[in-house]
Ligand binder design. Structure first.
Ligand code: FAD
Length: 339
């Protein structure tokens, strides 16, 4: 996978300006490739032991060739992109220090927190956020952690997106005997699409549509079952998908010794809301303008932390657009926004 696009290494003269990129996922990597290739000094800060973001620690090997991702990252290193791994911006180094020390900063920290259902019983042992569990799986798989993530005998995965169907595959690979995928709409409206659900079924999952957990039941502090509310779909004028609403009094219960919640991901900017004068939108994404400028000079932002959890393609495109804007800014072709 190549992260150097729209220019050839060595084609441009070395520049003295320094750019810090926070987050080594597809948005940060494509921006790094573009900017380094245009002669800028580029340093990428990332919390993980290896660059790649969800390309390495989220997306499964059955969907992406990790060796090609690693080769692309090696190519970035070979043209002089500097990677500072195991560095959490906001903890190990402050964003304020990057703003002081660099000519431009790009935030591309993605959505590294799972949304939770918070139904009664959510604190029972065995109820886990699916994305963090998949990241743990990859940390173990690539030798960064010695403990294999726990897996139940009967696993219930909650959700209809890519993380949900991937959790099904990982649960099976780790040895779960039975995996149930529960989704509140029908598969035709699922973000993972018919294909994702078909692949989950082929992996052995039992699919339950039009249900949502309302309670996790436990014994001795451990989850033993999931109480599911039956739902029906109600058309909403102007909306893309119908709304799932509960059918009063109709429930089913599924036995489970593990629950993986995959109901959405939350943007994770590397600072507390409101700090540095960087405005967040109501949904927690970073507010940027058409040049990916935040409300604080010289901080730009791109990728899922700007547009919410999405796909590799939109994250790459957003990173490239931000890199082009940073180049224009450092060339003096665009000024800072008025906000
Ligand atoms: C399980 C799963 C499966 C997926 N499958 C697919 C798929 O099959 N196809 C597809 O197109 N998309 C898939 N996606 C979505 C896709 O991976 C993301 O949309 C994309 O990676 C987002 O890119 P990004 O660069 O914005 O952020 P990310 O890839 O999330 O990278 C963000 C980086 O920022 C770092 N970071 C975060 N906070 C800090 C901090 N404070 N300091 C330093 N570093 C920080 C993280 O370590 C990470 O490396 C999947 C996502 C998940 C979770």
């Amino acid at each position: 996978m190549r992260f150097i696009v729209r220019c050839k290494p060595g084609e441009y003269a070395e520049r003295r300006e320094r750019v810090a990129i926070v987050g080594a996922g597809p948005a940060g990597l494509y921006a790094a490739g573009y900017l380094r290739c245009r002669g800028f000094n580029v340093t990428v800060y990332d919390r993980n032991p290896e660059p790649g973001g969800f390309l390495i620690f989220g997306v499964l090997e059955i969907h992406i060739n990790k060796e090609r991702v690693r080769k692309g990252i090696e190519e970035l290193r070979s043209i002089g992109v500097e990677f500072r791994q195991n560095t959490v911006v906001g903890r190990d180094i402050l964003l304020g220090d990057l703003i002081e020390g660099y000519d431009a900063v790009l935030l591309a920290t993605g959505t590294w927190k799972s949304r939770r259902l918070n139904v009664p019983g959510s604190d029972l042992k065995g109820v886990l956020p699916a994305m963090e569990w998949i990241v743990d799986y990859h940390m173990w798989r690539y030798g960064y952690r010695s403990e294999k993530p726990p897996v139940g005998r009967r696993v219930v995965v909650v959700g209809g997106g890519l993380t949900a169907v991937d959790a099904v595959h990982v649960a099976k690979w780790l040895g779960a005997e039975e995996v149930h995928l529960v989704y509140r709409r029908t598969r035709s409206y699922a973000p993972a699409g018919e294909r994702g659900f078909r692949e989950a079924e082929e992996a052995g999952a039992i699919i339950h549509e039009l249900v949502t957990p309302v309670e996790y039941i436990g014994s001795g502090g451990k989850v033993t079952a999931v109480k599911l509310q039956k739902m029906q779909l109600v058309e909403q004028p102007g909306a893309k998908r119908p709304r799932p609403v509960p059918i009063p009094g109709e429930y089913v219960t599924l036995e489970a010794d593990m629950v993986l919640e995959a109901i959405g991901l939350i943007p994770t900017p590397p600072f507390n809301g409101g700090d540095y004068g960087i405005r967040l939108r109501e949904d927690g994404t970073i507010d940027v303008d058409e040049y990916k400028r935040t409300t604080r000079e010289p901080v730009f932002a791109a990728g899922d932390v700007v547009h919410g959890a999405s796909l590799i393609g939109p994250a790459m495109k957003s990173g490239l657009e931000a890199a082009e804007a940073i180049e224009k800014y450092l060339n003096g072709e665009i000024r800072w926004r008025n906000s």
